[in-house]
Design a protein around this ligand. Structure first.
Ligand code: ATP
Length: 336
């Protein structure tokens, strides 16, 4: 892509954090097939990066009529899902549909206005960290600005909920209580930071398999999120360690018994607590501080080479506009 394409504010970047579930209770299966959840979400400093840009002749890409019919393309390297299999593209098309933008199919000619979504994927996939939902959230927030859709946060969250249960939280970021199928979001207070070693697993564990195992073997416990909420206000990692709770964990361990072994190995190596990330298979090791996270990463490097040191809470999607170019690349201005 040539540098001129970013000069006049027709390109934006957004980085979107992954999520942790510090508390996850399953209250049962709903008539619509989803599960009723109570969860405490927190964003964590592990990000996917998206760049969205309008391409086309300047006279066309600034023309309101031309911008109502455009080609929307996803640029992402496999194994990231391609085309409409990717939640970021699906989010773009859904936002376009609600904003009167008609997507053009087929090849582009010189008059075609194109929107590209360039996805730099860093959140592990099918890992229980809502990477796909983060990308959908990033696309909604960035394209709402790039296309001047003028949607409020609640409208974006409503569209997001149609795409995936974690998308409304990914649009919100920070720390929040999630209810319903996880889409009813209430922000809550968290002091911090809390420090983590995130241990992805090379073998994916699909979310539906874990919920099926829960249906078969588990029952609701009635445990509530209060202890986690108090711990988040206290800043005390030991208190949070004692409160972490995930009712999908036993179901995931049934499907993948080696996760239980890895969890114990992380505890033996010094973690304060280890909990499954969402539906897994990633394990989240909570430690006392940043130095302890690095020490743990070294200690488990042989059998967990992809481990990532991170802290929480992170914010929500961070939007930057490209306002010009320098010798070293585009100049960026943070929007929000
Ligand atoms: P969650 O925690 O929300 O259950 P996850 O972290 O377990 O999600 P994701 O990485 O979000 O898993 O992927 C879930 C599914 O979404 C996979 O089947 C994947 O192929 C699909 N998917 C669609 N778009 C994306 C994307 N942009 N990034 C990752 N996965 C995507």
């Amino acid at each position: 892509m040539g540098p001129a394409e970013g000069i006049d504010g027709t390109a934006l970047r957004v980085r979107v954090p992954a999520k942790l579930n510090l508390f996850l209770a399953v209250r049962g299966r709903r008539p619509d097939g989803y599960h009723e959840l109570v969860t405490v979400f927190q964003s964590v400093s592990l990000y996917d990066h998206l760049r969205v840009a309008l391409l086309g002749l300047p006279g066309r890409r600034h023309h309101p009529a031309a911008r109502r019919r455009m080609r929307v393309e996803l640029w992402a390297d496999p194994p990231v899902p391609q085309g409409r299999d990717n939640l970021a593209l699906r989010a773009a098309l859904r936002l376009g549909e609600r904003s009167g933008i008609v997507p053009l199919e087929g090849s582009a000619d010189r008059d075609t206005v194109r929107t590209i979504i360039d996805l730099d994927k860093r959140i592990p996939m099918t890992a229980g960290m809502a990477g796909g939902s983060a990308d959908a959230a990033g696309a909604l927030v960035a394209l709402n600005r790039l296309w001047s859709c003028g949607m409020a946060g609640d409208q974006l969250r409503h569209i997001g909920a149609e795409l995936g249960s974690d998308v409304p939280f990914c649009i919100t970021g920070g720390t929040a209580l999630g209810a319903g199928r996880g889409t009813d979001i209430t922000p809550v207070l968290s002091r911090g930071p809390f420090h983590w070693l995130i241990c992805p697993d090379p073998q994916p564990l699909p979310t539906p398999d874990v919920f099926r195992a829960w249906d078969r073997y588990a029952r609701p416990t009635g445990v509530g999120p209060d202890e986690v909420l108090y711990a988040l206000r206290s800043t005390d990692p030991a208190r949070l360690a004692a409160a972490l709770h995930n009712e999908l964990q036993e179901s995931a361990f049934r499907l993948r018994p080696e996760l239980r072994v890895r969890r114990q190995a992380l505890l033996d190596a010094g973690a304060l607590a280890v909990v499954l990330a969402g539906s897994g298979p990633t394990l989240l090791a909570l430690v006392a501080d940043a130095a302890a996270a690095e020490a743990l990463a070294y200690a488990v490097a042989r059998w967990c080479p992809g481990a990532v040191v991170a802290s929480s809470p992170a914010g929500g999607p961070e939007l930057m506009v490209e306002v010009g170019t320098s010798d070293t690349g585009p100049l960026l201005r943070t929007l929000e």
